[in-house]
Ligand binder design. Structure first.
Ligand code: 4AD
Ligand code: MG
Length: 431
């Protein structure tokens, strides 16, 4: 089967006869003219035929063909300002591959429950296509940034014997009689790897059995995590800042059409420039109090606190040095105030909240051993992780960025469920 150009490449083929494969997105007719709107995943193409110009059976098929039927069209490319995408096809041939049954997702509004049950079909709608193309571009920009900046990609395991981000959100499975958990983060595996390769990153699916139903939580999400030897908290913050500026500018550059379809206010994304404000946790708490929050000093921020706080800024804000008590066991204490951790959360503007969590890691063997015990974690499962602190240990740090929350922010979506092809949410495992 020969493939012609994609719909979004047709402008370069003006006057040529081309053949395209796709699905019928829409159709209409008036008198002696018929229109079929073809979609191929890259765009929408108006195909036009007059009764005198095509065989009668082609003309009739343009009437009969149902929405979402699969077809191949042939015709001549014409520039036309009025047509979507600025081109239309003077149709000369139409072949039907399959006549679709009546499509369950129509132009009318559907409830979220119905759309989620029909996610496999919902994916075809213009808005979902635009979001998934943005996701793909964002994902590619994640990889490109680290590749171009000298990081080595290090794939971390999915089946793990130990918890990284707390024991309450583990998915457990049987591993030939041993307990195994689906990975919550690749970080523990990256730390030894950065001692081998200097600058490393992993990017893959991570799993958290979060019994919370919020617009920010998925059970399965994609996380990219860089880890750098000899890096301190300031280096981690500078890296996160530089990386986010790159990602946003790349999407603004390459996803103009998609952002238009999603009706994203791109002026807000233009503000994502250096420097991002760096706010110590204690100042953020004071700011929240002034804004009417009753958050107690020492508590982690809830989703609402993050929303209120980020609405005060026009770009991502980096909140650093949270109390160690509310953060993970592996974070280096602040030498100025050992009750605080050398950590950072990057909160996206417009109320999106935390998209990045990172820190400097404890590099001293005995301090880390003490923390593992304090957190009630099994020392034997962490022996390999402790080992790193015995052989040329150095300061090191990194962060994790959640892909879906980043897509939600950049695309301006109210809920993470639309940011991933097949979301895994509380009580939602189908399709
Ligand atoms: O802040 P978290 O838990 O950090 C870590 O996992 C570290 N080990 C990362 C590191 O330093 N290498 O998670 C990092 C990010 C969050 O900021 C958020 O964007 C995303 O992962 N995330 C989730 N996204 C969707 N659904 C969930 N349930 C998420 N939990 C975390
Ligand atoms: Mg976090």
């Amino acid at each position: 089967m020969a493939f012609g150009p994609a719909i979004n490449q047709l402008r370069a083929h003006e006057g040529q006869t081309v053949t395209l494969h796709g699905w019928v997105y829409n159709k209409r007719s008036s008198g002696k003219v018929r229109f079929v709107i073809l979609r191929d995943g890259t765009g929408y193409l108006q195909c036009v035929a007059f009764v005198k110009d095509v065989p009668q059976e082609v003309f009739d098929l343009m009437d009969l063909v149902s929405l979402e039927s699969s077809v191949t069209v042939t015709g001549v490319v014409r520039l036309d300002q009025r047509a979507p995408g600025g081109v239309e096809l003077g149709l000369t041939g139409l072949t039907l591959h399959h006549m679709a049954e009546e499509y369950p997702i129509g132009k009318k509004e559907h409830g979220t429950g119905f759309l989620m049950e029909n996610r496999h079909l919902w994916l075809r709608s213009s808005r979902q296509v635009a979001i998934l193309r943005c996701r793909s571009e964002i994902e590619q920009s994640f990889r490109d940034y680290f590749y171009q900046n000298g990081f080595t990609l290090l794939d971390s395991p999915i089946l793990t014997p130990a918890a990284c981000e707390g024991t309450t959100t583990l998915f457990e499975t049987d591993y030939f009689g041993e307990k195994a958990f689906l990975s919550q983060s690749g970080q523990l595996y990256l730390e030894p790897a950065c001692m081998a390769l200097g600058k490393v990153y992993c990017f893959g699916p991570t799993f958290r059995a979060e019994k919370s139903k919020t617009r920010r939580h998925l059970m399965e999400f994609w996380m990219l995590e860089p880890e750098v030897a000899f890096a301190g908290l300031d280096d981690v913050m500078a890296l996160a800042e530089d990386f986010l500026v790159y990602v946003v500018s790349r999407v603004l550059d390459r996803c103009t059409e998609e952002l238009k379809v999603i009706e994203r206010d791109t002026a807000k994304l233009q503000n994502v420039r250096k420097p991002f404000p760096r706010v110590p946790y204690k100042d953020a708490v004071a700011q929240l109090h002034a804004l009417g929050s009753d958050l107690r000093y020492g508590d982690d921020f809830g989703g609402d606190d993050e929303t209120v706080l980020t609405q005060q800024y026009d770009r991502p804000v980096m909140v650093h040095r949270y109390p160690s008590a509310v953060k993970a066991f592996y974070m280096e204490p602040d030498p100025q105030d050992p009750g605080l951790a050398l950590c950072v959360d990057v909160l996206a503007p417009e109320g999106y909240g935390e998209i990045i969590g990172g820190s400097e890691r404890i590099h001293d063997h005995d301090l880390l051993l003490g923390r593992i015990r304090e957190h009630g974690l099994p020392v034997s499962a962490f022996q390999w992780y402790l080992d790193i602190r015995k052989y040329g240990t150095v300061r090191h740090g990194g962060f994790g960025i959640g892909l879906e929350r980043t897509v939600a922010w950049i695309c301006g979506l109210p809920h993470v469920r639309e940011t991933i092809p097949y979301p895994r949410m509380l009580h939602q495992l189908y399709p």
